[in-house]
Design a protein around this ligand. Structure first.
Ligand code: 0O2
Length: 233
């Protein structure tokens, strides 16, 4: 893995107030990067093992695909500023305590009900700590956005210490993900601004896709209702 993903000189240009040398700054940035990249790998491995075992037991893989991202250092500093963390570069411990989506994983499941199955399986692992759940399926956002955001802390074993590292996991169905990706793209293309008409239209699209999600689940249940591997989970 290449950790020269963040560059001390670029960060320093943005925030000249860092008190240490360039090497110290790069080293601090590399420490953050190593920790959170390792946490992402840890969670991805656990999800992949769960998916394989689920397939073995039920002949079905609930996960359609998984994506992950590490927040860029620039974006982390910008968010820290929005959170009111003063002098974030010299207070990385506070940044890491307050900002919970430095490591982000998106788990795209086939059906809406798979979200509960996968989140339950992951959260039941005894060395995982649950930090926060935001259920935007139960209560969609004003935009129409649906997803379940779970922040967990996972253990990462380094050479001489164990650190519990927070990871934000967004669980979505394929339909929810399709909507969120397209809406994000449209909003981004339009510099974050969409007219109220377009916003309303997109919200209607989200509701339509939600109905399709429910219908597909019903079809699935109908097709599989006599399959013993399906009915026992
Ligand atoms: P990225 O790169 O996707 O992460 P927090 O400050 O974290 O406590 P925040 O950031 O308001 O609170 O968290 P929220 O709203 O629970 O989740 C933010 C993330 O959810 C966004 O990340 C999106 O990934 C997704 N999201 C939330 N609302 C919408 C929406 O209306 N449309 C789409 N397409 N995605 C949404 P970021 O910040 O975009 O960056």
């Amino acid at each position: 893995m290449g950790f020269r993903y963040y560059y001390a000189d670029r960060i320093r240009e943005m925030m000249p107030e860092f008190r240490g040398t360039d090497e110290e700054l790069q080293s601090a940035i590399d420490d953050v990067s190593l920790l959170y990249k390792s946490a992402i790998r840890e969670v991805e491995t656990r999800l992949s093992i769960l998916s394989d075992d689920f397939d073995k037991k039920h002949s079905y893989m609930p996960i359609h695909h998984v994506q992950s991202r590490l927040k860029t250092f620039e974006s982390l500093m910008e968010k820290a500023g929005r959170y009111g963390i003063e002098d974030p570069l010299n207070n990385l411990d506070t940044v890491m305590r307050e900002i919970l989506d430095i490591a982000g994983i998106r788990v795209v499941c086939n059906y809406e009900e798979d979200i509960a199955t996968m989140s339950r399986l992951l959260l039941s692992q005894e060395d995982i700590e649950m930090i926060r759940v935001r259920d935007y399926c139960d209560k969609p956002k004003e935009s129409g956005y649906r997803s379940v955001h779970v922040v967990i802390a996972v253990p990462v074993y380094l050479v001489n210490k164990r650190k519990m590292v927070p990871v934000e996991i967004q669980f979505r169905s394929v339909m929810m993900d399709a909507w969120a990706s397209l809406e994000h793209e449209l909003r981004y293309k339009n510099k974050g601004e969409l007219t109220p008409d377009i916003t309303n239209y997109l919200k209607t699209c989200a509701e339509t896709l939600h109905k399709v999600d429910e219908q597909m689940s019903r079809v699935r249940h109908e097709v599989l209702k006599n399959d013993s591997k399906y009915s026992d989970y």
